[in-house]
Ligand binder design. Structure first.
Ligand SMILES: [Fe+2]
Length: 481
């Protein structure tokens, strides 16, 4: 039984031969197209949906072996059967080198044709299924890689890299659409193609249509330009544009091109990139959602920090400054991005527990009594309790709880020492103390920068982690101000 949709291209300058083969193959259930010469045949091949070519060897203009060579130049694995009345040793060798599937000698034996055609098509189907299977496995791995990325730029780069690899494209570009549907080039790949190549009118026209219709457009070869679209640039042999569809909207489009020697994109290429584009769309939407939620959390945290600072006129901007210093230290220590983020948020939030401390104590100009100081000492634990039930802030609990511990164990609330104090809390401790020293307080004026640095040095190994002090002093010495 013939698989539905298999299309055979018959190439022969003799109409009676074409008639004979067409009638026979149509009866067998194949779809058939005919070309009277090699040039016409190539345009069918470039359209990309031919499963088998049966070509005569002796034709005016381009002969069968030259046609076979041109098909292979287009990187096409389409099986080719050659028909001839006069097989020669030389043409046989040449055709075999070019990967001819088989020979059909004239006069034809119809049963021989049926068997050879079936064998060639079966082999191609098997190869495609094998390729599809291995690519599906790879696609699954790629989907996993894309889903595990939270950095938008990195996601764009990986998506383009995989798209180019899967489609064997020479270049790729990723456009994102804004709420009004305006497309902006977000990333590109392929050294031969500069940004203005991708924003040419013909590509933008196709991209906008893909964005609106949510359907891909494929321009393979020069013969099947969809209506209303402009011709491809001369150096481009094939172009495909995919929508990045999410359930609610189309996020943008992915454009891929092959040069003139690259051949057309096959239906298999298109199918795979469609799957990849769908996976990438989900990942892109997830990353956007993640950043949206994170930004909202950050705004909430800032609001909390401001609420604390509003109680204490002297600490205005303290949390933002501490955040700035913690990020500087964490980055110079080479901490992973997500840990830098944690330290950053903890910088903003570390004193949130002061919301539960009386304003009269916080703003007292003179020395605190032991009772008052005991009240102040409650703020780390109180802050930790406030954020403990917020899932996003939970990792910050140990940092907020222990930001007043001393490296020598003489701090509060737990008297932890050395590396028992969480790293983020040790960073916070240095940043917090430096910020406090360089700011005015109700009971004293700010210390100059150099004097504050000396205090850090003097307290290195006592109040502060010496490694962190060293890094922070280095950073400060290289920073103006
Ligand atoms: Fe504090």
């Amino acid at each position: 039984m013939v698989k539905a949709g298999k299309k055979i291209l018959i190439v022969d300058d003799e109409p009676c031969i074409c008639d004979l083969l067409e009638n026979f193959l149509t009866l067998k259930g194949y779809g058939v197209v005919r070309a009277e010469n090699g040039i016409r045949a190539l345009s069918y091949v470039e359209d990309g949906d031919i499963d088998l070519v049966i070509t005569d060897i002796c034709m005016p203009g381009m002969n069968g072996v030259q046609l076979l060579e041109k098909i292979r130049e287009r990187n096409s694995g389409i099986p080719v059967l050659i028909t001839t009345g006069y097989p020669t040793f030389d043409t046989a060798i040449e055709s075999l080198k070019l990967g001819v599937q088989d020979y059909l000698t004239k006069p034809f034996e119809l049963r021989d044709i049926g068997e050879k055609v079936k064998r060639a098509i079966d082999r191609k189907t098997l190869q495609e299924e094998h390729i599809l299977f291995s690519k599906l496995v790879s696609l699954h791995q790629v989907a996993h890689i894309l889903a595990s990325t939270l950095d938008m730029g990195e996601l764009d780069r990986k998506f383009l890299e995989f798209s180019v690899r899967f489609a064997r494209a020479d270049g790729a570009a990723l456009f994102f659409a804004d709420a009004a549907g305006k497309l902006t080039l977000a990333a590109r790949r392929g050294d031969d193609f500069k940004p203005d190549f991708w924003t040419r009118a013909n590509f933008m026209l196709a991209s906008r249509r893909v964005l609106e219709s949510r359907e891909p457009i494929a321009v393979t070869g020069r013969g099947n330009l969809p209506s209303g679209l402009r011709a491809l640039p001369q150096e481009i042999g094939a172009f495909i544009s995919f929508p990045l569809n999410s359930p609610s909207c189309t996020l943008g489009v992915l454009n891929l091109v092959r040069g003139q020697s690259g051949g057309p994109f096959s239906s298999l290429d298109i199918e795979q990139i469609n799957v990849l584009a769908s996976q990438a769309s989900i990942s892109i939407e997830n990353v956007r959602l993640y950043h949206n939620i994170r930004d909202n959390y950050l705004k909430t945290i800032r609001a909390f920090a401001l609420a604390v600072e509003a109680k204490d006129e002297y600490t205005h901007g303290h949390s933002e400054n501490v955040m700035h210093y913690t990020v500087l230290i964490a980055r110079h220590m080479g901490m992973p991005v997500h840990e830098v983020e944690q330290v950053k948020f903890a910088g903003l939030l570390h004193d949130i527990g002061k919301i539960g401390v009386s304003e009269s104590i916080l703003n007292k100009p003179g020395k605190l009594t032991p009772e008052e100081f005991n009240e102040i000492k409650k703020h780390p634990a109180l802050g930790a309790t406030i954020i403990a039930d917020v899932p996003f802030l939970k990792p910050l609990v140990p940092l907020v709880m222990h930001h007043h511990e001393f490296y020598n164990g003489c701090g509060y609330p737990s008297g932890l020492s050395g590396t028992d104090i969480p790293l983020g809390a040790r960073i916070l401790s240095v940043a917090d103390a430096y910020e406090a020293m360089t700011s005015d307080r109700p009971y004293r004026k700010s210390l100059p920068r150099s004097a504050s640095m000396k205090v850090l040095e003097a307290q290195s190994g006592l109040q502060f982690d010496p490694g962190i002090v060293e890094i922070f002093l280095t950073v400060l010495r290289h920073t103006a101000g």
